[in-house]
Design a protein around this ligand. Structure first.
Ligand code: PLP
Length: 633
């Protein structure tokens, strides 16, 4: 069915509209009311839409065919009743142009313009019109748009005066990140009143070691810390309100980034905006807020896809975090595909999250778990890895950056070697995504996991990336709503990925918050972040290493962020407490990576871990405490 509203002569009259609607309702599931009334007495707003569609040329009284009064009263607001099932709604697309042509502000407001999903196709319109009582006026958004949020800022209030200007409203987190071509421009966009410093071009910078995960032209002989390193951290830290906290009378220095990262104001605002203006369950309703929430959630998925360089959003599954993602793969793909006698390889560097699920699966199914060893610096021994690979190897699961030592592993090579024996691969990106650019297609692993909270996003949200054909051939992990196409008591048909693995109501708001975090780091550029942190890590290592009594744990040539150490004469907790007294937060303990610490002869370490909002001054304050402790022994 199609209704062309562009030619007034083709506009159906009210009775036809009502008849069409009722025919459609009859095709919808039982819970959707089957009769629809255009009687102005019951639905003044719906009538407003009709009035608009008919161009105001309607007689003062139209004979409405008699309807069942009970069902007319029960019918939910006007066109909103079109909802119910995605199939039902998408078959109504003939109606959507009617909605769009009436210039619903919700339909032209930028966050909701692009790609309102078909599953909520009715959402651009109906409930808004239905809620405004007799004051409905199609040309005045404030009478038809229940979302009062737009009035919250001066700029938006101005725009609001003219609904045609709505498309120009820019909300900070929807800016087009591709506009930012160089770092100085980017820095000027970052929330600060201070002028952005001039950051030297790559060729003016001096970085000591070559890091294969950073671009070639960044490698030089010596470090110019003050010009490059000093500025970025100073500038971005203003975006992180928690970094203004005082701990024991001192400005907080957050050196526990490997455990979790702090959140920029843009992320905090985005989550707050979601709950103020968009909150709804997704995918399953036909109302306005469902559309907003769905748009925001799916936009976040697209941001993750771009951030990881994945081929398709179908490869991006929202989960609780890296731990849940690995458990998902173990309990779905692993359970389905691995048989007694098959072998799984992990490395000695792994976080418990990438050991325990595989060990449990191995114990349950009679698999063999093999371990890639490391040298005394904490570097993986690839020649030993090569010896472990056999035709029985079915999975290789390795971290890209060790959370306990900071070692960066050559995942691309590890994956390629695994593929040579036909094994599938999983890369744990929990510690890498916040420190270096990632491209899952270049890495070519079958699965890649990370946690949002380690990349300046919220806790409770993370990502499993998987190659689409593998995901679609894998049994779902959990069953429930959202992941099925059709259910009877005899038969269940699942959706393909990603819904297949997103049973039930997920963490919608925090997925959106993660999207904002990705926008934030993308604006600065992961390469720039990696360069800056690299310089900062070199600087910290340079001053920590020679302090009497310090033993660095993890001295790989390729490292990111982490500086594990012990200090002779002190327990690690004593060092941690002394740092805390100076407002410096570090982690002490086994860091959920007992095998690697034991391999290097310790049970625990002190672990400062850096992020791009840390500064050289932060490092200096940290070094001063360790020097003072050392000098007392
Ligand atoms: N993998 C690595 C390397 C980690 O460092 C961590 C957390 O520290 C995890 C996995 C688990 O992450 P989450 O606790 O966010 O699931």
């Amino acid at each position: 069915m199609s209704i062309n509203t562009s030619q007034p002569s083709e506009i159906p009259d009210a009775a036809v509209l009502q008849d069409i609607a009722n025919q459609l309702f009859k095709t919808l599931p039982e819970e959707v009311p089957k009769d629809f009334s255009l009687d102005p007495a019951t639905h003044p707003k719906a009538w407003g839409v009709v009035e608009h569609v008919l161009g105001g040329n309607i007689p003062s009284k139209i004979e409405i065919p008699a309807v069942n009064p009970v069902s007319a009263v029960q019918t939910p607001p006007a066109f909103g009743g079109f909802g119910g099932s995605s199939t039902g709604v998408s078959s109504l697309t003939g109606f959507v142009p009617v909605i769009e042509n009436v210039a619903s502000p919700s339909a032209v407001n930028p966050p909701y313009t692009s790609g309102i999903p078909n599953s909520v196709a009715g959402s651009g319109a109906s409930p808004s019109y239905a809620k405004q009582g007799d004051s409905f006026n199609i040309n005045k958004p404030e009478t038809s748009f229940p979302d009062e949020n737009i009035a919250s800022s001066k700029q938006q209030q101005d725009v609001r005066a003219d609904p045609l200007l709505y498309p120009n409203v820019q909300i900070p987190f929807f800016e087009n990140v591709s506009d930012f071509l160089n770092i100085n421009e980017v820095l000027q966009q970052i929330r600060t009143s201070e002028p952005a410093p001039q950051i030297p071009s790559f060729s003016d910078r001096f970085i000591p070691n070559s890091y294969y995960f950073l671009p070639e032209d960044a490698f030089h002989e010596k470090v110019n810390y003050s010009s490059f390193g000093g500025s970025l951290g100073e500038l971005v830290r203003k975006d992180f309100p928690i970094l203004e906290e005082r701990v024991n009378g001192r400005r907080l220095i957050w050196f526990d980034n490997a455990a979790t990262t702090q959140k920029p104001q843009a992320v905090i605002d985005r989550i707050s905006y979601f709950y103020q203006h968009e909150n709804s369950n997704i995918h399953r309703a036909a109302h306005e807020l469902a559309a907003r929430a769905t748009d925001a959630y799916e936009a976040a998925r697209e941001k993750v896809r771009a951030f990881l360089g994945a081929k398709s959003t179908n490869e991006i599954i929202f989960v609780r975090g890296a731990t849940e993602a690995i458990n998902l793969v173990a309990q779905s793909w692993g359970d389905q595909n691995l048989q007694a006698g098959d072998e799984i390889i992990v490395s000695n560097l792994e976080h418990h999250a990438n050991i325990v699920p595989w060990k449990r699966l191995s114990d349950r199914k009679g698999l063999k778990l093999k371990v890639i060893p490391v040298n005394d610096d904490g570097e993986l021994l690839l020649e030993e890895y090569a010896k472990l690979l056999t035709p029985k190897t079915k999975l290789v699961a390795v971290t890209q950056v060790s959370n306990a030592l900071g070692t960066v592993t050559p995942v691309q090579q590890i994956v390629a070697m695994a593929q040579a024996v036909g094994a599938k691969t999983l890369v744990d990106g929990a510690q890498s995504v916040s420190h270096m650019p990632i491209n899952v297609q270049a890495i070519n692993a079958d699965f890649f996991v990370f946690s949002g909270h380690k990349v300046f996003g919220p806790t409770g949200i993370g990502v499993l990336y998987g190659k689409e054909e593998i995901l679609n051939a894998t049994e779902p992990w959990q069953g429930g709503g959202n992941m099925i196409q059709d259910v009877t008591f005899e038969h269940i048909k699942y959706h393909n990925a990603p819904n297949r693995f997103e049973a039930g109501t997920g963490n919608i708001a925090d997925a959106v918050g993660l999207g904002a975090a990705i926008d934030y780091v993308t604006k600065i550029g992961m390469e720039v972040i990696g360069q800056y942190e690299h310089a900062l890590l070199e600087y910290a290592t340079h001053y920590l290493k020679p302090i009497k009594g310090v033993r660095l744990i993890g001295t790989a040539r390729q490292k990111a962020s982490v500086l594990s150490f012990t200090l002779q004469g002190y327990t690690n907790d004593e060092v941690g407490k002394a740092l805390n007294e100076e407002g410096i937060a570090v982690r002490t303990g086994h860091h959920c990576a007992q095998p690697i610490l034991r391999r290097l002869g310790v049970e625990t370490t002190v672990r400062p871990s850096l992020a791009f909002y840390n500064t050289h001054e932060d490092v200096d304050r940290f070094i001063a405490v360790i020097q003072r402790l050392s000098s007392r022994k």
